[in-house]
Design a protein around this ligand. Structure first.
Ligand SMILES: *Cc1c(COP(=O)(O)O)cnc(C)c1O
Length: 434
């Protein structure tokens, strides 16, 4: 597979865009370097690059594209909305409908506010938790990615861990001292943190299923302990469901655990592929948000008509009762196929999976936390990524990201992927990987 147009675009991009990419997660630096594929268009489960190469897409824009690319309902909704103007600086009916859809789907979400990104949603939810509790500290988990606002870059994961940056330059010690970061799914460390800092903790910020150091499903005990300890010490629980909400069922994934949070942050999927974020929760807490209360959040493009139109169309399509069970079936099929191929060729692999999202880990058991993902050999993932890419399978260029199956994938794409995975592992075995 050749890609001269991607290479020449990347050369141009590197001259005028820092690193040639607008998000470090798109860089191939962690998988051997070179030009990332520049995409000309997406259709359903496929991406087409500027050289005409076709890829089965498991990036799904890091989880946003749950319906696949250019879904007809989303396209039609955006086309209709765009002719009416794109932003007014005044409220619209679409915002009300979208808020009603979200609050209807997640009962704990009594009130909601929209932002233009998941980053802003998390940043504001943290501010709100601090405003509500009158406390400063946030408790988060090592390697967990919650966007790129200052506080959550302390021991952050995803793109920053891919590139070996655990803490960003420019995050002040003042910010960092208010952030406690401990390993994911470790009840003992959680209890210690509350023993030490309990009365100062405003909130616990957690992905109830982690999508940012690989796909990691925590123990029920861990999530229950967060709720129990937060309640005991008067802290709020914020579930960052930017990846998980609406991906695994229509609404929050709390139903799977029988648990609830005080605040939720949403993004990605709910925008149907347009810029979006949302945060919300109990009325009593949300009543502190300006202009009702003293916690400020704003945004020229917050709740903009195009994002609302795309989001509404996407949510409507996600109400299909067959959709999530299908993603689960395809996810199980793909995970089994990858596992069997690895076993056949003597490559040590285990799969973390929930529904249609999964991560192959180059270790004997699925990683349970950031440290375990970090320990997996980067060389294995880099070679695997490259061998898949050459065969037209697009996965994330990082061992910290998950694969996402969209509603546009069919058994045919999954079978083709498993065949490509088999060839990749055979090649790796021949090269001495194990
Ligand atoms: C992607 C992501 C964010 C940030 O969302 P953006 O829209 O990229 O700013 C926050 N939290 C989690 C869990 C995410 O996966």
């Amino acid at each position: 597979m050749s890609f001269p147009h991607s290479e020449s675009l990347f050369a141009r991009a590197q001259r005028c865009i820092a690193g040639g990419v607008n998000s470090p997660s798109r860089s191939y630096d962690a998988v051997g370097g070179g030009a990332p594929r520049f995409i000309a268009r997406g259709e359903g489960a496929y991406l087409y690059d500027v050289d005409g190469n076709r890829y089965i897409d498991y990036l799904a824009a890091f989880g946003a594209m749950i319906l696949g690319h250019a879904h007809p309902r989303v396209v039609a909704a955006v086309q209709e909305a765009v002719t009416k103007g794109t932003v007014y600086g005044a409220p619209t009916e679409a915002e009300v409908k979208m808020a009603e859809a979200l609050t209807g789907a997640i009962p704990q979400l009594e009130m909601v506010r929209f932002t233009a990104s998941g980053t802003e949603a998390v940043m504001t939810a943290l501010r709100l938790a601090r405003g509500y509790t009158g406390r400063n500290k946030i408790l988060k988990f090592d390697g967990a990615y919650h966007g790129h606002s200052d506080a959550v870059l302390v021991s952050a994961g995803s793109g920053s861990s891919t590139l070996g940056i655990d803490e960003s330059l420019g995050v002040t010690p003042g910010v960092a001292k208010d952030v406690i970061s401990i390993p994911y799914d470790d009840v003992e460390k959680l209890e210690e943190a509350f023993d030490q800092h309990g009365p100062e903790i405003a909130c616990v910020l957690v992905e109830p299923i982690c999508g940012n150091f690989g796909l990691v499903v925590p123990s029920q005990e861990f999530l229950s302990a967060i709720n129990r300890l937060a309640r005991k010490y008067g802290a709020l629980v914020i579930w960052d469901e930017v990846i998980t909400a609406f991906r695994f069922r229509y609404g929050s994934i709390g139903e799977f655990f029988g648990l609830e949070a005080d605040l939720y942050t949403l993004g990605k999927v709910i925008g149907g592929g347009l810029p979006i974020g949302a945060y919300g929760g109990r009325r009593e807490i949300m009543s502190l948000v300006s202009p009702l209360g003293g916690v400020y959040q704003d945004g020229t493009l917050s709740g903009n008509p195009l994002s609302m139109a795309a989001g509404l169309a996407c949510l409507e399509a996600l109400q299909d009762p067959e959709l999530h069970p299908r993603l689960e079936r395809l996810g199980a099929m793909l995970a089994q196929g990858i596992q069997e191929a690895a076993d056949r060729h003597g490559i040590t692999v285990s799969i973390g999976r929930f529904g249609g999202a999964l991560s192959p880990f180059f270790r004997a058991t699925p990683a349970r936390n950031f440290a375990e993902t970090t320990e997996t050999p980067s060389g294995h993932l880099a070679r695997f990524f490259q061998l898949l890419l050459e065969q037209g399978i697009m996965t994330a260029p990082s061992k910290y990201e998950a694969w996402f199956i969209s509603a546009a994938h069919t058994e045919r794409e999954i079978e083709m992927t498993i065949e490509a995975v088999d060839r990749a592992f055979r090649q790796m075995a021949a090269e001495g990987y194990s």
